[in-house]
Ligand binder design. Structure first.
Ligand code: PEP
Length: 252
């Protein structure tokens, strides 16, 4: 399948930012997108405490809400954690798993990420599985090798193009203002596409591969135009509706 036929997605990851005072942003976003014919899906992933309220202020729009992480278990003695079922109950249709901040700050392994993705699927929500190399790995010429091993170990059985999105996020590009070159992103995404076909068979060719790492309104058109880039996972620039819409405009 030609990747042009894949419907792109622009997802915003608010990280640990946002209280009720910030609900004006998704309200504004929904207002700005009213009546606009979008060629992509749009998702906002606020802190879990806000999912239900973000959904409420975006009511009537096509924008979806997602979670930022989930536990692999359905329920139990896991103080402070949240399950995929709970996210679904709050209104999420997807959850980000394996973000590099989780992999680094919480020592999450590929196996843990795969278990979380399976938990999401079991709950009936989609998994946005993040992968990406560190700066040392890129400098050491190991980028493609790292991506291969992350895909093999973080993308579990049962992943389909309908229930899974892959986000390629070079760790060194997240929140730094740095981005790989167009050629580097094209190489990484082509490699991910090939490896996805190895682990997901024909579903791999249809699966969305988002690019994430310092996507801004000023570079979105260029980045979203790269082969095998099927949208963006956006951190900082998703917090303000005007910036987020500036990125979404790449698909209007
Ligand atoms: C992210 O955290 O997933 C991300 C891509 O952040 P930023 O856009 O701020 O680099």
């Amino acid at each position: 399948m030609a990747t042009q036929s894949i419907k792109p997605m622009v997802a915003g990851n608010w990280k640990m930012n946002g209280t009720t005072a910030n609900l004006k942003e998704p309200r504004l976003l929904a207002g700005m997108l009213r009546g606009v014919k979008l060629k992509c899906d749009v998702m906002v992933c606020p802190p879990a405490t806000l999912i239900r309220r973000v959904k409420a202020v975006m009511k009537g729009s096509m924008i979806k809400a997602g979670g930022q992480d989930c536990h692999a278990a359905v329920s139990g003695a896991h103080t402070g954690d949240i399950s995929a079922d709970m996210l679904k109950d709050a209104g999420a249709t997807a959850v980000i798993v394996g973000h590099s901040e989780r992999r680094t700050n919480h020592k999450e392994t590929d196996a843990m990420v795969a278990a979380k993705a399976q938990a999401a699927h079991k709950a009936g929500i989609n998994a946005i599985i993040c992968i990406g190399e560190t700066l040392d790995e890129r400098k050491g010429g190991k980028t493609l090798e790292v991506l291969t091993s992350q895909i093999k170990a973080s993308v579990p059985a049962g992943c389909t193009a309908a229930n899974t999105v892959i986000a390629y996020e070079p760790v060194w590009a997240i929140g730094t203002g740095l981005t790989p070159t167009v050629a580097e992103i094209a190489e990484a995404h082509a490699h991910i596409r090939k490896e996805l076909s190895a682990v997901m068979a024909e579903e791999g060719a249809k699966t969305r591969i988002l690019y994430g790492g310092s996507v801004k309104p000023t570079n979105a058109v260029e980045l979203m135009g790269i082969a095998n880039v099927n949208g963006a996972l956006v951190g900082g620039a998703s917090l303000k509706a005007v910036d987020f819409i500036g990125i979404i405009k790449a698909y209007i």
